[in-house]
Ligand binder design. Structure first.
Ligand code: IPM
Ligand code: MG
Length: 332
């Protein structure tokens, strides 16, 4: 990544998730978290697989707990998930090309609150069988800071924020809507709309080109970004950035692990490559270098190279390595 860009980068590698469970008996070691805190940025691979699936949901033996531990431990409350449909990719989408051409949206997902982290959260026994509880809690400052991030982003884009909630049912969503509306007043140059999450899930397919910045709570954002990825053709295309108050960020493809294809040289590397571009943009302040990488990816796709997940009939399918090399070549 640093090659040719004039950016001196020191890489340190650490195991997290399943690999860390195997090596150290725990998904995220305290010293790993400490190392990450001291870094400028974290480029994250993926965690998880059937081998570790039997661990209890809240257990620190679960690979996903490493990711959640890093997000929470580093205070990364704003998860940026851009979905841009490359001109060359419009025909790969499950939607008709004319519906997705030019889609350029950014989901800002709240990442350290809501159902993922609020307490109580447990399973317990009752005289009439087992029961379980998860809690959805949001405080005003938690909503404010992620909303501010969304409005600031919109100012640099097409000046529209759509806030997604379930205010017809959930108390947290009613607070969410009130707080976001309050923040919106501070950004008179940005148009703010609100949509209920079920309606938004539909609108995202019906008129994806209409959206610019979308801000939503943790679980809604998790679900909606998988849906949104289908606009871009496949989950393997999407990068993400998880940011807090400072410059430190964690960058990871949205796709997570794919144990069924691991090690077979078929995975799509573009989500990871574009995540590195986001790292340059948000943590190292090198928008120029980020754009260079993004252009190299577009060029490679424009030249017709496809990994299996994004290939349509008649297109040449290449493996992970060949795709990566082609992007590197376009960079050089
Ligand atoms: C994501 C993933 C994670 C999440 C899992 C792996 C815990 O689905 O980053 O979207 O739910 O946040
Ligand atoms: Mg997810």
């Amino acid at each position: 990544m640093a090659a040719g860009s004039g950016i001196a980068v020191t890489f340190t590698e650490e195991l997290v998730g399943g690999a860390s469970v195997d090596a150290y008996g725990i998904a995220l070691r305290p010293q790993t978290l400490k190392l990450c805190k001291a870094a400028d940025a974290i480029l994250f691979g993926a965690v998880g697989g059937p081998k570790w699936d039997d661990a209890a949901p809240q257990s620190e033996l679960r690979p996903g707990s490493a990711l959640l531990g890093l997000r929470k431990g580093l205070g990364l409350f704003a998860n940026l998930r851009p979905v841009r449909v490359d001109a060359a990719m419009a025909s790969t989408s499950v939607l008709r090309p004319e519906r997705v051409r030019g889609v350029d949206l950014m989901v800002v997902r709240e990442l350290t609150g809501g159902l993922y982290f609020s307490k109580p959260k447990r399973r317990y026994d009752t005289p009439r069988g087992r029961a379980a509880v998860d809690t959805m809690r949001y405080s005003e400052p938690e909503i404010e800071r992620v909303a501010v991030r969304a409005f600031e982003l919109a100012q640099r884009r097409r000046r529209q924020v759509c806030s997604v909630d379930k205010a017809n049912v959930l108390e947290t969503s009613r607070l969410w809507r009130t707080v976001v509306s309050g923040i919106a007043v501070r950004y008179p140059d940005v148009a703010c709309t609100h949509l209920l999450v079920d309606a938004f899930a539909m609108e995202l397919l019906r008129r994806p080109q209409a959206f610019d910045v979308i801000v939503t709570e943790n679980l809604f954002g998790d679900i909606l970004t998988d849906e949104a990825s289908m606009l871009a053709g496949a989950l393997g295309m999407l990068p993400s950035a998880s940011l807090g108050e400072g410059r430190l960020g964690l960058y990871e493809p949205v796709h997570g692990s794919a144990p069924d294809i691991a090690g077979k040289d078929v995975a799509n590397p573009i989500g990871a490559i574009l995540s590195a571009a986001m790292l340059l943009r948000w943590s190292l302040n090198r928008d120029d270098a980020a754009q260079t990488i993004e252009r190299a990816v577009s060029e490679t796709l424009g030249a017709g190279l496809r990994t299996a997940d994004i290939a349509s009939d008649g297109q040449t399918v290449v493996g992970t390595r060949a795709m990566t090399e082609a992007v590197l070549k376009a960079l050089a």
